[in-house]
Design a protein around this ligand. Structure first.
Ligand code: SF4
Length: 359
């Protein structure tokens, strides 16, 4: 057997089938192996009892199944869980489990760090450490589903943890195909939301994908100047170009693009901003998710008052936009939107927390 990597968990079903066929095994063994790894969460070949001893021995001699390991698991009083996961090279990422929203939802990372440098996010200040591989993204979901007892239950996935998924396009899309595979977790793309700052070539590629997740755009501002200040990639991929790509984006019946908007007190939360936002979104099947910032040390912005948040939401609703205000979850364990800087926590850990649910 040959493989580009000794981590067999990186292979999608066709790759796995090819690998086993080259070694003289029937394709159904590939399906059995994939099911053990990705549906049952088993990483030990010895536990894959319906594989022949010969095949198990061969797999053991050549491969491992990479699986992010939980190094910390904090439970909030509202049921939210924040997990720190360690990868094979000991880099760490964070993932969040948010129950009953009303679905069970995993917020997962696609990169260690992030290159996008959003002004309200400490992960951006870390820069990009590295992309996650497809196997690491899938492994993250399998680890979370195992830890929460949801391996055989439906759940949603939001790609809103650390990183910009369209900056890690190939690995992210391969991971979504692997998660969708029938012999794995068989997750419907309708249960997956990809959140992006709007890398336009990535949006154009995504528009041609046969497997299409829900799309969320992190907008956060209503003028080019302000957006470039808050979301620097806007200098290259402008608000106008992103909204244009959104207008062309093929949407299924009844589906809409979610526009996420972090409300920063006195910065982007004025009635003029709200009116401009409504105007920008005209002609797009859109819904708006307002995310009041949870103020935190190291972030030079504040959360608006409830009355400012309500006024902003009302202006959008008056213009017939569907609008929701994201409820803060897991505040007591600092897993809520933008809740960061655990006393005594490392800078890296704080940065990781900041990314979660913000972009
Ligand atoms: S908000 Fe998201 S895209 Fe922006 S720097 Fe943070 S992790 Fe990256």
């Amino acid at each position: 057997m040959t493989s580009p990597s000794s981590d067999i968990g990186e292979l999608d079903p066709p790759q796995l089938e090819r690998l086993l066929r080259e070694s003289g095994y029937e394709p159904f063994h590939a399906r059995q192996l994939y099911r053990w790894m990705h549906r049952h969460g088993v990483a030990d070949f010895d536990q894959m009892t319906n594989l022949s001893k010969e095949l198990r021995a061969e797999l053991k001699g050549r491969f491992t199944v990479g699986r992010p390991q939980i190094v910390s698991d904090q439970l909030s009083t509202d049921g939210t869980r924040k997990l720190v996961l360690e990868l094979g090279d000991r880099r760490r990422i964070e993932s969040v489990f948010i129950p009953d929203t009303p679905a069970m939802t995993f917020c997962v990372s696609t990169q260690v760090g992030c290159a996008m440098s959003c002004g309200f996010c400490l992960t951006g200040k870390m820069g990009l450490v590295r992309h996650l591989t497809a196997g690491e993204i899938v492994g993250q979901v399998v680890t979370l589903a195992t830890a929460t007892g949801l391996l055989d239950q439906p759940f949603n996935i939001v790609l809103m943890g650390m990183g910009e998924p369209l900056h890690n396009y190939d690995n992210t899309m391969k991971a979504l195909r692997m998660l969708h595979a029938e012999e794995g977790l068989a997750i419907s793309p309708r249960r997956i939301t990809l959140s992006t700052v709007g890398i336009v070539p990535g949006l154009e590629r995504l528009a041609r994908e046969p497997l299409m997740p829900n799309l969320a755009i992190s907008l956060h501002a209503t003028t080019e100047e302000q957006r470039t200040a808050l979301v620097p990639p806007n200098a290259k991929y402008s608000l106008a170009a992103i909204l244009d790509a959104c207008r062309r984006f093929p949407l299924k019946r009844r589906s809409r693009i979610t526009f996420e908007y972090v409300l920063l007190n006195g910065v982007n939360d004025t009635p003029e901003d709200a009116r401009r936002l409504a105007k920008l979104l005209s002609g797009i099947k859109a819904k708006v998710n307002l995310i009041p910032l949870n103020a935190a040390p190291g972030i030079p912005f504040e959360r608006p008052s409830d009355s400012r948040i309500d006024r902003f939401a009302q202006i959008l609703a008056d213009r017939h936009l569907t609008v929701s205000v994201r409820k803060s979850r897991g505040r007591d364990i600092r897993a809520a939107c933008g809740q960061l800087i655990v006393e005594g926590g490392s800078k890296k850990s704080a940065a990781q927390q900041m990314a979660l649910l913000l972009h």
